[in-house]
Every structure is written in C-alpha cells, then in structure tokens.
Design a protein around this ligand. Structure first.
Ligand code: ATP
Ligand code: MG
Length: 242
C-alpha cells in the first residue's frame, strides 16, 4: 500500500535559481552542497557544529511550507521579523500525495530568542523569576508535544531539548514516538544525544564538506558525551590544566 509518509520527501535548490554562492545563506557549505536531501518517513535529525546551517535550512523548509518565520507561536515575532534568509524562495520540496493534518514549526530557543529575552528581562525581573520563566518554557514545550500536537502531522523543531531536563528529554522522546506511530513526521535540529538515540531516524551531519548521513554512535554528540561521562575526572583535569 502506498504510504502517506513521508509528507516531506526531499528538498533541493531549484536548478534554475540564480544564486550567489558568496553570500548568506548560500555560502554555508551545508546549503551550497545541499544536493537532494531525502527525509526519513519518521524522524530526520540535523546535527552539526554551531553555525553549520541547521537552523537556516530548517527555517527555509518551514517558510517554503508556508509557516511564518516566527514559528508556530507568535511569541518571537518581533525578534525574527525580517531576519529570515531568502532560501525558502529557491527551495524545491517534494511532498507526499497526502498533506499532513497537523503541523508546527518550533524555533530554536537560542540566538534570535536571546535578544527577545534580553528585551523581556526587565519585565521578568519585576515578576521576580527567571527560573520561573525557564521552567515554564520546558513545561510549555511538553504541553505542546503531548496536547497541541494532534498526530498525522509534520513537525519542524529547532533544538526542542533546550528547555528540557534529561528526564523530560526522555519523556519528549516517548511523546515523539507516540506521534510517529500516529503517522507523524519530524524534522529536528538538535544537540541532544538523548533525542538522537531515537532508532526510527536518519541523522544528517552538517559540516564544512556539506551534508552526510551518520550513525548515532558516530555522532560527535554520542562520542564526546560518552567519553566525557565515563572519564570526566581525567578529562576535566586535562581541560582545566590547559
Ligand atoms: N541573517 C543572517 N545573516 C547573515 N548570516 C547569518 C544570518 N543568520 C545566521 N547567519 C550565519 O549563518 C551561519 C549558520 O547559522 P545557523 O543559525 O543556521 O547555524 P546552526 O547550525 O543552527 O547553529 P546552532 O547549533 O548554534 O543553532 C552562521 O555562521 C550564522 O552566523
Ligand atoms: Mg540553530
């Protein structure tokens, strides 16, 4: 039987697009060497060093799908207005014959949003609680996953782990799995080794050479975290001695 998933099958840059590879975002190796990026029917992870282009590509895909740059919530509208790249205009997306019934674009809790928070600090302080703010963000995200996401959806998430404790990251993984079993597809930019362990997934590594598929245990996230936790006294000694 023909499967409705993946709703989003692949992305490439239109061959007829006039592109200046010396300017942002086309000067980012991962964008320049995008080729034809094929998505996993369940979960596709974007991993890579800070600045390697994960958010740029995720946002380009989201905008090409019709999301607004501020994401599925309106909280960050001011911070992001006008800062999006032109990538979405030149992306060609291949989609399923069946459209998802639900969807969400969750922006990263970083970079743009730091500015928003800076703006909001006065307001937050007058209410006496940064930690309340941080905690409420984690809880808000879990509520999003478990209540707002309806299933049969296409969900684009940028660093969803940023507000979550390790236990909540495990809970998020279980929630993602339940949604996958209910015919959902995810594209997730992440630095979380916990999320990356999800088995029904394809991990796309962003680096100076462009994009490549990588196994979970070969990701830097797994290797570095695993090594550090197993040898942290020794690693710390060396790190701090320098
Ligand atoms: N509006 C912009 N104009 C010019 N350069 C930008 C703009 N936004 C991002 N960049 C640059 O593009 C590169 C990729 O940024 P991007 O946010 O996509 O990285 P990322 O892989 O998501 O990183 P992180 O893991 O830190 O979130 C970075 O070098 C960044 O400084
Ligand atoms: Mg990012």
């Amino acid at each position: 039987m023909l499967s409705a998933k993946p709703y989003l099958q692949s992305a490439c840059i239109r061959p007829d697009a006039a592109i200046d590879y010396d300017t942002y975002p086309y000067n980012i190796p991962a964008i320049r060497e995008l080729g034809r990026l094929e998505f996993h029917p369940d979960v596709t992870f974007f991993v890579g060093e800070n600045g390697s282009g994960k958010s740029t590509l995720l946002e380009g895909i989201a905008l090409a799908l019709g999301y607004s740059p501020e994401g599925g919530t309106r909280n960050f509208q001011l911070a992001t207005a006008g800062s999006e790249s032109s990538l979405h205009k030149v992306l060609r997306l291949a989609r399923s014959y069946r459209a998802p019934k639900d969807g969400y674009f969750l922006r990263a809790e970083s970079f743009f949003n730091v500015a928003t928070y800076m703006d909001e600090v006065g307001y937050l302080d007058s209410y006496g609680g940064k930690s309340l703010h941080a905690r409420s963000h984690g809880e808000a995200f879990m509520a999003l996953l478990t209540h707002k996401f309806q299933g049969k959806g296409l969900y684009l998430l940028d660093e969803p782990e940023s507000a979550l404790s390790p236990n909540r990251q495990l809970a998020a993984l279980a929630a993602i799995h339940r949604l996958v079993e209910d015919k959902s597809q995810f594209i997730i930019a992440t630095h979380s080794p916990i999320l990356l362990s999800y088995p029904n997934a394809k991990i796309i590594q962003f680096d100076g050479g462009g994009l490549s598929e990588v196994a979970f245990e070969d990701t830097e996230h797994y290797v570095v975290t695993h090594d550090f936790l197993n040898n942290y006294r020794d690693r710390l000694q060396r790190l701090l001695a320098g």
